[in-house]
Design a protein around this ligand. Sequence first.
Ligand code: ZN
Length: 335
Amino acid sequence: MELITILNRCHRFRGFVYQHAHFSADKKSIEVAVRPRKGSAAVCSRCHLPAPGYDQLAERRFEFIPLWGFLVFLLYTMRRVDCRRCGVVAVEEVPWGDGKRTLTKAYMLFLARWARRLSWKETAEAFRTSWDKVFDAVEHVVTFGLEHRVLGQIDAIRFHIVAKMNKALDEIRAGESRRLASEGGVPVLKKPRWLLLKREENLKTEQRFRLSDLLRYNLKTVRAYLLKEAFQQLWDYNSPAWAGKFLDDWCRQVMRSRIEPMKKIARSLRQHRELILNYFRAQKLLSSGVVEGLNNKAKVTMRKSYGFRTFRCLELALYHSLGKLPEPESTHEFF
Ligand SMILES: [Zn+2]
């Protein structure tokens, strides 16, 4: 079986082909030439979309996972693209690499996993690489993890809930305002639309006054407003269990309110209950990570990391060993 066959099996990328493999002059490493597949366009590293070619740069070496005591390098001549969307000539993006880093993504994930078990120095020694490369590997994996941790999605969901509630409130107010007008009532809801959409702490004193007038009426709009305000308390909880209890209580109360747009929100919250509680779990994990920063696990991490020259290294190491962050996807389970 040829090396190219193995590579095609474990590290294959559309648009690129492994051309041939040979030993380096000193016979210590294996070099594998990679080239673009005929007719496949390069991808712009800025907008991540295919773009017309411009020229080529000098050949680059990407370090791959060592094989049977040989270092393995992928040799590839990077193309530059003339990207009209970005309006610049940019270097292409290759799926096995990460910007200017010299290690392949697969090797970085491999090293970073070992750097959890061994010290960074030991990892570097075990795989005949440098401490700086282990640093690069951990940094790549932690950066990915921080960008993809559940907190990111949750922020969006939060935002989403508030937007949905404001919309529901607006709908309730409009309906009730029409009803009052048709019954010849006071146009009390005409103006204070924005008052009801604002968080209470953001209201000016004079607006607060009008709001308190409004709250005297037992209107659906007002009740919906109070429910919305009550909901904000959710974010003050630290414990996922208590947040869950609050969420359930709030939804139950809303379901009894006979205010249809709010009930719709409560139903959707119930559906996404786990996801919302994940936010609290992630918070807890982070804060317990900080607490653990003072205890044994972190001390071990810090000891393992002797040779950490900057705070940045220590921060990365702590995130790496305690943060439980998601890892980049891999084309194959390298172990
Ligand atoms: Zn572009």
